[in-house]
Design a protein around this ligand. Sequence first.
Ligand SMILES: *Cc1c(COP(=O)(O)O)cnc(C)c1O
Length: 463
Amino acid sequence: MAHMKPTRRSWAEPFKIKVVEPLTTTTRQYRAKAIKAAGYNTFLLRSEDVYIDLLTDSGTNAMSDYQWAGMMLGDEAYAGSKNFYNLETNMRKYYGYQFLVPTHQGRGAEHIISQIMIKPGDFIPGNMYFTTTREHQERAGGTFVDVIIDAAHDPESVYPFKGNVHLQKLEELIRKVGAKRIPYISVAATVNMAGGQPISMENMREVRRLANKHGIKVILDATRAVENAYFIKIREKGYARKSVAAILKELCSYTDGATMSGKKDLLVNIGGFLAVNDEKLYDEARNMVVVFEGLHTYGGLAGRDMEAMARGMEEMVKEDYLRSRIGQVEYLGQKLLDWGIPIVQPIGGHAVFLDAKKILKHIPQDKFPAQTLAAEIYIDSGVRTMERGIVSAGRDSKTGAHRHPKLELVRVTIPRRVYTQAHMDVTAESILSVYEDRKRIKGLNMVYEPKHLRFFQARFDKL
Ligand SMILES: *Cc1c(COP(=O)(O)O)cnc(C)c1O
C-alpha cells in the first residue's frame, strides 16, 4: 500500500527553509528511561528529549522572514505603539470587527469578555467546551451548556461539519432559561475538542438568525477561524470560488465579537486579542485590560509581538499556505487510514486523532489506553503526542469517580510551517510500528493525581 501509484499530483510546502534548528535523536533505551522519569506523561518530558514535537499547535509556529523583519520594527512605546495601529488595521481588514483590545494570549481575552458579559446564574451555550473558555465562563458565575450536534461525539461519523450547533438544542435552552439569562452564544470555529471539526456558514447564519430573534449576542472563538474558512471553501456549496479572506470576513460578520489566540492561526509564538463591535462593551473591555494585561494599546504584548501578529494575518489567508497546512494534516491522517489504523474522521484541521479505545481494545479505560499509547509512540521514535481521553476528562465533581468520555484519543498535533512531509512519514511509520505491536502493550496505573486539569501533571507507573 505504501508504494501505490499516486492518484493525484503532489503539492509541496509553499516556502523554503532559511534557518534551521537541529533536532536531537536518542536511543530507544534513553527514551524508555526519559518517559519513566516523566511519569509516562508526555507533558512532563523535556523538549530536548523530543525528536518530533506534535504535542500542540499552540505557539509552536514558524514565523516567516516577513514576520521576523517586522519584529525589528517593534515600537516599544508604553502608549500608542505604531504596531498596535498596524494590528488594528489588519484585524479590521481580515476579521471586520470595529474595536480591538490586544491580550497576552487567548485566555486573557476570554477572561475579559466573561467578566464584562456574564452575571452569576447565567447560561452560556456553545458548540462543545474548550478548557480555558469554559473555565473563565464558570469563574464569572456562568454555566456552560453544550449544544453541539451529536455527530461531534462519534469518531466514525464522516459528516463534513461536525462543529455545527444543534439549533433545536439551542432553542430549547433559550425557552427553558429565558433569553435574559443568556448573555451570548459562544461559537467556536474548527472545534478543537471535537477533533478540529469545522462549522458551516449555513449553520452560522442560522445561529445568527436565532440570536437576533431573541436579542442574544454571539461571540466567536476565532482561534482557528481561518482554517474553518478554508474547510468552508472546499466543502460547502457555493463557496468554492470565494477567497478564504472573504469567507473569513463573512463568518465573522454573523457574530458580535471574538476572542482570539494568536498562537494558532496567526503564525506567531505568543499573543491574542479581543474584538467587539459594540462601543459600550469596548469601553468596558478597554478599561478592564489595564488591570489584568496592560494598557489598551499593548495588552501584555511587546510592540514587536503585535507586529508579528499583524503580519501573520496577511499570511494566514494565503490559499497555497492553507492548502499545505490542512494538506499536511490530511497527508498524515490518510497514511494511517490506508494502513487500517483507526483515527477520528473526517481528518481535522490541526491534528490527527488516534482512536486509542480501538487500537488498545484489550486495555480497559481505567488503565488509560490513550495515555499508554502516547507513551509507547514516544518510546518507539521520540515523537511527542498527547492524551485526550479519561485523564483529560477528570473526575465527576459529585461522585469523585473518573468521568468515562466516549472518546479515548491520542492527539497528533501539527505545528504550522515547522515540519516537512518526511517528518510526517517518520511519525506515521512509528505509529504503525506501535500499532503492529499493540497486543504486547499493557496499561498504566495513576500514581499521582493533581486536583485541577490533571492531564498536565499526573504521573503513572507501568502495569
Ligand atoms: C488555545 C485555545 C484557546 C486559548 O488560547 P491561549 O492562547 O492558549 O490562551 C482558546 N480556544 C481554543 C479553541 C484554543 O485552541
